[in-house]
Design a protein around this ligand. Structure first.
Ligand code: SF4
Length: 132
């Protein structure tokens, strides 16, 4: 777990520096994300730690790739329509069944949420269809 946490710390430093410099994150955003990661680690919540570590690794690799001009060999671009949690009820354009932080599609207790604006690009709950 220590090696994972060290890697997460390094990835967060890269990502936060880039996002804050680009004006995409405020100092408060950075603190809130760091706090959420810290609480997952302190709770020894392996699922949340796994989600955060993949998210940090992917986005920091993308950021380094953009600034260095070299392609990222890691995960390909992710999108909601490729995600196991993607649902298409009725005539909707799609909905999410994997995150409880999204606005509900119909009413507060509805199980599906409205897809995020980035289409899942930076979602820590993304799970590629067909993968365990
Ligand atoms: S928001 Fe995340 S979990 Fe939900 S469908 Fe999109 S990528 Fe999957």
């Amino acid at each position: 777990m220590n090696r994972v946490v060290d890697k997460m710390r390094a990835d967060l430093a890269v990502l936060a520096a880039g996002r804050v410099a680009a004006g995409e994150w405020s100092a408060e955003d950075e603190r809130a994300i760091a706090q959420s990661i810290r609480s997952a680690i302190e709770a020894k919540d392996e699922i949340r730690v796994g989600d955060w570590s993949r998210w940090l690794a992917l986005l920091s690799a993308r950021l380094l790739s953009e600034t260095s001009g070299k392609a990222v060999a890691a995960d390909p671009a992710q999108k909601c329509s490729d995600c196991l949690h993607f649902a298409k009820p009725g005539r909707s354009d799609g909905a999410c069944g994997g995150r409880d932080d999204l606005v509900k599609l119909y009413g507060t207790n509805h199980p599906l949420g409205v897809l995020p604006k980035d289409g899942g690009l930076s979602c820590i709950r993304f799970k590629r269809e067909g993968r365990a």
